[in-house]
Design a binder for this molecule. Structure first.
Ligand code: C2O
Ligand code: CU
Length: 568
């Protein structure tokens, strides 16, 4: 009896000390992200780079489908920073989304921001990255979303999994590279290496010892979670003597697609199975750039990692075999791969493509130029390089659009983003009149009604020669229902749309001199950025903003902001 009382009091005491249950507060798993500089040696040179927790690539975030996490972000660097959870929809909660001056003001040096990361339908691989200036070059990491507890994958359970984070390395400071480019108006310096999990690999100077290696057991299946975190290049990736079976892209399941190589643009992620069914030995994983740009220099180096089988094999010192990769300008290889992707679209993983479009939008995506005093800039013919959507080269505001919208502050942005290109011309002609090259400057958003069924056609143009654009939308995934070369034909082209099992993505490559059609239901209220995921094009103004209005019901409206939004 006496003992019972003692235990009872201890229980009450513990209950009071721990704060009891009365707050009824949800408990979220937390990550601590300290943004700070760290020394790294690559390509025989040592330099300081910006990192999270001193790691490059940064720490991996793990979640289960539908979970909510909190990431406490501390800025211990010298410059402003924001972090973005690429591909996470953050339903009704744009406050955590991250793009600088779009949904928040940056976290200043010494500052802190606790970002709630709300997962919903995503399942597979995504990534997080910095979203201010070019800091995402080194400030990024994988996000792995497992199925709900007690649910499995829609494919054979892998024996183990490996993130494969593709990056880009500059010997120079990336901030400087951007600064110089914006000052001269020319193309920024190309990178000096590509990296797999932070390592350039055997083919670069001083890089052999660090090469990323994944050890496999013969007969087992491995899941590769591939992320393209590079700033400026679409990449081909292949593994010598092995095929890859793609089972998901952008955290959405696909029908299994077996291929000798995969293609992946900046902003895209890809889940692929590797069957370790080859004679035990060592095999290169290799990745290199694709580009169709004429007269545009690009990093044409090759990054490698090694798949090594456990066990003994001879001769142990022979170099690993090398996979064939498509040519750097093999456009067919790119189109063939990406147009072969199909959503799983089965009972357990259904899709819901909007069939009755209520809002039709067409936007050009162009590289442009601005005239430069005395033609002294380093763009074509002495101009300054620029970029636009629907001929508007985006100008950043000085307070974030989300805050201005939420508080009803006037004069920060306009709501006149055109629904169709303001100038009609042959967008994909081989030669373009020079006069078309100069865009307007502006900050116009497109307001969407809650629950509207949106079709957006992105039309590439051949202005300033033209190139492809990996276009990314925040807050949503979209169904890629169609695409082709030439000018989009609003009567003919929709007839060949895939409305049955189109891939669901958050980033899609608009082909050079071609177009892409995507559809989504505007059911996530908030302020959502859309932009090219080539960092230089983003810096030049190839972006726009959607404001999706609140719905009628309380569960269809934006949640209130957190108390610690970074001040402007
Ligand atoms: Cu991965 Cu707005 O970006
Ligand atoms: Cu672009």
């Amino acid at each position: 009896m006496w003992l019972g009382k003692k235990i009872f009091f201890l229980f009450i005491l513990g209950f009071l000390l721990l704060g009891g249950i009365p707050h009824c507060q949800a408990w979220f798993r937390r990550y601590r992200f300290v943004v700070r500089e760290a020394w790294y040696t690559r390509l025989c040179e040592t330099k300081k780079i910006l990192t999270v927790n001193g790691q490059f690539p940064g720490p991996t975030i793990y979640a289960h489908k539908g979970e909510t996490l909190i990431v406490d972000v501390y800025n211990r660097g010298k410059d402003n920073i924001t972090l973005h959870w690429h591909g996470v929809k953050l339903e009704r909660y744009p406050w955590s989304d991250g793009p600088e001056y779009i949904t928040q003001c940056p976290i200043k040096p010494g500052g802190k921001f606790s970002q709630k990361v709300i997962f919903s339908s995503e399942e597979g691989t995504l990534f997080w990255h910095a979203h201010s200036e070019w800091s995402r070059a080194t400030v990024h990491g994988a996000i792995i979303v497992y199925p709900k507890y007690n649910f499995g994958y829609p494919f054979p359970r892998p024996f183990a999994e490996f993130p494969i984070i593709l990056g880009e390395w500059w010997k120079k400071d990336v901030g400087e590279v951007l600064k110089v480019a914006l000052k001269t108006g020319g193309d920024p310096n190309i990178s000096d290496a590509f990296t797999i999990n932070g390592q350039p690999g055997d083919l670069y100077n001083c890089s052999k010892p660090g090469t990323f290696k994944m050890s496999v057991v013969h007969g087992q299946t491995y899941l590769l979670r591939i992320v393209n975190a590079a700033l400026s290049d679409i990449l081909f990736l292949a593994v010598a003597n092995h095929q890859l079976t793609v089972v998901g892209v952008d955290a959405s399941y696909m029908k299994p697609l077996t291929a000798n190589y995969v293609t992946i643009s900046p902003g895209q992620t890809l889940d692929a199975l590797l069957f370790a069914n080859q004679p035990p030995g060592r095999y290169y994983i290799a990745a290199r750039a694709y580009t169709s740009g004429v007269n545009i220099s690009f990093d044409n180096t090759t990054t490698t990692g090694i798949v090594q089988y456990y066990g003994q094999y001879y001769p142990p010192s022979s170099p690993p075999s090398f996979p064939p990769l498509p040519n750097y300008n093999d456009t067919f290889a790119i189109i063939n791969f990406s147009s072969s992707l199909r959503s799983l679209a089965c009972k357990k993983h259904p899709i819901s493509v909007p069939l009755n479009v209520t809002t039709k939008l067409i936007s050009t995506v162009s590289v442009n130029t601005f005239p430069c005093p005395n033609s002294t800039c380093e763009g074509p013919n002495g101009t300054r390089l620029a970029a636009s959507m629907n001929n508007i080269s985006f100008v950043n505001p000085s307070i974030d659009i989300l805050q201005a919208y939420y508080k009803g502050i006037n004069g920060v942005f306009g709501n006149q983003f055109p629904s169709v290109p303001p100038l009609i011309f042959n967008y994909t002609a081989d030669y373009q009149p020079l006069i078309l090259q100069t865009p307007k400057r502006g900050l116009e958003v497109k307001v969407l009604e809650y629950d509207s069924d949106v079709e957006l056609v992105l039309q590439g143009t051949s202005l300033v020669a033209g190139i492809e654009h990996p276009m990314h939308l925040h807050g949503y995934s979209f169904y890629v229902v169609g695409g082709g070369f030439g000018n989009f034909d609003e009567y003919k082209d929709p007839l060949s749309y895939n409305l049955v099992d189109p891939p669901l993505r958050n980033t899609i490559v608009v082909p050079k001199k071609g177009w892409i059609a995507v559809r989504f239901k505007a059911n996530n209220p908030g302020v959502w950025f859309m932009h090219c995921h080539f960092e230089r094009h983003l810096s030049w103004g190839m972006e726009m903003v959607f404001i999706v209005k609140n719905g009628q019901q309380s569960y269809q409206t934006m949640l209130p902001p957190p108390p610690d939004m970074p001040p402007c």
